[in-house]
Design a protein around this ligand. Sequence first.
Ligand SMILES: [Zn+2]
Length: 211
Amino acid sequence: MHVIHELGQLIFPIRCFGCNKIGLSICSTCRREWHPHYYIRHISSLKVHSAIIYSPTASKILLAAKENGIKGADVLIVESIIHVLSQADFSDLDIALVPIPSSLLSKRRRGRGFIIDIVGQIAQQTSLPVINALELARPVRDQSGLHSAQRAKNMNGAMRLRAGVIPRADLVLIDDVVTTGATLREAARALTAAGCHVVGSVTACVAQPLR
Ligand SMILES: [Zn+2]
């Protein structure tokens, strides 16, 4: 078994998913860069709590999880969001986690709803309830190539409360990264319009500076 594993490593060497260096699945340099802190940003009236400043390494870790389904990258993201949830002052509230929905296209490409899956893993570890409250009301474009105004237009009116979900209070939106805030702003708008009360948002990464 051991020999076969080592042979496998010669043919398919394990590479760091942060920097591509051969060796561990995440090297010590990248692991240090992904050290969860606690940042707060305001997007309109929505308070966004985040763990990691977005960097080229952070971007590769998110992509490794999202596009390549690498379990170790999922673990880093889950761990950072749980860290922020423990820092944010939600203790007096009866919170439930709401995943930001993925587009059908990315679900098909990745074989899973990425944030829904991440939030499921968080719920398993924290016992916090999850409400899959949001859905896309129309197709949206991939945001990565869009600037701030295009992102706002892309997301404006794009989400709604899923049919059959009972509106409730103390919802916390969960996403992997906040950049311009267009996605979170739309998610909060859709939930608020449907009679829910959003108490904040938690993301693994926060991109700075705003462009
Ligand atoms: Zn590395």
